[in-house]
Ligand binder design. Sequence first.
Ligand code: 5AD
Ligand code: SF4
Length: 476
Amino acid sequence: MLLPDYKKARSRGHEEVQKEKYEIPKKYEKIGKGKTYYVKTYGCQMNEHDTENIKAMLEQLGFSECDSYENSDLVLLNTCSIRENAHNKAFGMLGRLKHLKEENPNLLVGVCGCMAQEEGVVKEIMNHYRFVNFVFGTHNIHRLPEVLYESIHEKKQEIEVYSKEGNIIEDMPVKRANSFKAYVNIIYGCDKFCTYCIVPYTRGKQRSRAMDDILKEVKELISEGYQEVTLLGQNVNAYGKDLKDGYGLSDLLEEVAKTGIPRIRFMTSHPWDFTDEMIDVIAKYDNIMPSIHLPVQSGSNRILKLMGRRYTREEYLTLFHKMKERIPRVTISTDIIVGFPTETEEDFQETVDLVEECKFDNAFSFIFSPREGTAAAKIKDDTSEEEKQERLYRLNEVLNNYFLMNHQKMVGSIVPVLVEGSNASMKTSLYGYTDTNVLINFDGDTSLIGKIIPVKITEAKTWSIDGELVKETSKE
Ligand code: 5AD
Ligand code: SF4
């Protein structure tokens, strides 16, 4: 048994991160033979991508995927800790699984992901969710076969969570959710320690993957026909800071662009690490999509300081306008937290003012959620829940207005769209994303799915646009 320890998770050692190759030991190869699995994923793209590795590992063990958890032999929850809401959802699901397990005692239940890295969560599972068979964390996903084997053969609750990140594991198997767009990890962990955020504890210290390994993966994806890669990390702009070869995100973006993959996206960016070189590279290459997610979190300098964000409102705005000037057609989206401890109506108004200046193309807005172990969770807060809800409502009104306004400006133009799928109910109704990352619906044949085609925009809505096919051969 190996339990999470926040003290260790918080520390940042200088030991060098090594590369390790994933190999599945022979003795585990048949433990899932004839059995089915279901993985429920909560949280961000990082977790979604981990699930792609987890699914492939389970299939190497002989399991096959089932589309409902009620009929599966193994149910694994890949959890998220970012806000209480995600936490509650996972525990709600565990409640349902408890009933299922009473009916079917052979059901195997596992918990992994960010919540598994939390001391309090693991204690709760040990004390009140004894039916959970196994738990592993974000640093030892590659140990899934061993952990599962132990829990089955020792007939006990097996808990193995590393508190400190280990090496970077290369060549993990992957079962991608999509056959034309793919996630590629470029950096793990985060060293920023924004005071509200649990991620530096659950995902460990910043570790970049070697550029050669990333390029190898992208080239393989190209040979398999992939059209789009999203380079992933908690803070992709810190890419390379821990490497000895002096590469940064701008170098990596340039090299990935040169592979010729039609579309490159990256997320998430911290404004503090965004350099001029990065902006120049994004502007220079047509296959780097002109769409940047740039979380601002607050428009008040006092709150930004309390959040430990390392930039001022003015610095954010300078960067924002520089991007808009230098990158043609760029869209910028953001994340905003309202109701951070001690936030006053004046602080909140500064956030609204900033939104009015930036007119964001998209945004995710949240009410502050105290996370155990983080610095912000200790700040006394006397704003009522009602007041916070009200601020969120007011902020969303302003944000939504700009989404619609920006979409209206697109009407009449022709944009490249990667067709992602069809709306199940209507056979001819396709959807996809523009290069600027706007969801678009239009009529067309399902044979277009997976292709990049020009679409003319006909109507604007708040969260999407409508369009029609342009009679032209596809760009592909
Ligand atoms: N409470 C509310 N929102 C949070 N986020 C991160 N931590 C918290 C928290 N404790 C938001 C931030 C971040 C996004 C992924 O989630 O806005 O950018
Ligand atoms: Fe949730 Fe953050 Fe973990 Fe992603 S990294 S799953 S957002 S806690």
